[in-house]
Ligand binder design. Structure first.
Ligand SMILES: [Zn+2]
Length: 308
């Protein structure tokens, strides 16, 4: 289908939904409470902590979902159309949803949680003006994103101010405590073994905040290709440094990482997969890893176990 026709049909569909919003596939959204729709699970988790059961909080991207490649489904468009307020990460994390979010902004508040993070705290992608969107892996940056979400909620729902204040304080306290704990844990890995290699560049902020060198096979977005030259260079680097383990990610195909392990083994270097990290999506709902704090704890446990 021609790109233009596709775009027209999509606009028409979005327009219809914004006008009628009659589909009823989300009974949870019809209980009289405000609907807060979030893109990633991490944002949804933060919003749930802030509003508890005063609103319906819906996250569009579930476990194992890659936000860089994610396109809004028809079901998502329906949920977004019925949202009273929308929260997204920003910094181009949701690269393929930009147009939809921009359209929805005309009819309801659409909040980028990364908005208030000062530019000098953001990492840039080498030789570009693009910023790294993976702010949730520096817990103090995510603390600011939670604060930004709370500010937006108080503006939109002034009656909730006291409730939001109390919930915000409690949740941010937990984040700040975990920040210190992550620092302590990563510091137990001997300095020269403190190198973490992952499928894509999701851990730049983590590395900076917790003093561990990080390298991703792919760039900041999973859209970029990993070339043969890069792989040869990385294999040599791993062998030179005597690195014991590298990591796969729950939301990215393990193939590229497996090929690096194979190449190292062929050269006689015993490299292992140190486990699977939660990078851009949380674990299954109902498990500890299905929460933001739990996913961070699980990652730190995996990293320390594999590298120490
Ligand atoms: Zn990512």
């Amino acid at each position: 289908m021609l790109q233009k026709t596709k775009y027209l049909l999509f606009s028409l569909y979005l327009g219809m939904l914004l006008t009628f919003s009659s589909c009823d596939r989300n009974p949870q959204m019809n209980n009289g409470k405000p609907n807060i729709v979030c893109t990633t699970g991490m944002i949804g988790d933060a919003l749930k902590h802030l509003v508890k059961d005063s609103a319906n909080v819906i996250s569009l991207m579930g476990p194992g979902v890659d936000p860089h490649l994610y396109k809004a489904t028809h079901g998502d468009i329906d949920r977004l159309a019925r949202a009273d307020v929308i929260f997204y990460n920003g910094l181009h994390l949701e690269g393929k949803m930009g147009e939809v979010l921009h359209k929805l902004e005309r009819t309801r508040p659409v909040v980028a949680v990364a908005k208030s993070i000062p530019e000098n705290a953001l990492l840039s992608v080498e030789d570009t003006e693009v910023h790294d969107p993976h702010i949730w892996f520096d817990l103090m940056l995510w603390d600011q994103a939670v604060a930004e979400s709370a500010i937006a909620l108080r503006e939109i729902y002034p009656d909730w101010t006291d409730m939001i204040n109390a919930n915000e304080q409690a949740y941010r306290q937990e984040i700040q405590v975990l920040h210190q704990e992550v620092k302590r844990q990563i510091a137990t890995i001997p300095q020269k073994q403190r190198v973490m290699i992952t499928a894509h560049d999701a851990f730049g902020y983590f590395g900076k905040a917790y003093d561990i060198e990080v390298r991703g096979l792919q760039g900041i977005s999973t859209l970029s290709e990993f070339g043969l030259r890069g792989r040869v260079e990385l294999v040599n680097y791993i062998i030179d440094k005597g690195i014991k383990a590298i990591f796969v990610e729950s939301s990215v195909s393990p193939k590229a990482i497996e090929s690096v392990v194979e190449a190292c083994q062929q050269k006689g270097h015993d490299l292992k997969i140190g486990g699977s990290l939660y990078s851009d999506a949380m674990g299954a709902p109902g498990t500890a890893e299905g929460t933001y704090l739990g996913m961070v704890r699980a990652n730190v446990h995996t990293i320390v176990n594999a590298l120490k």
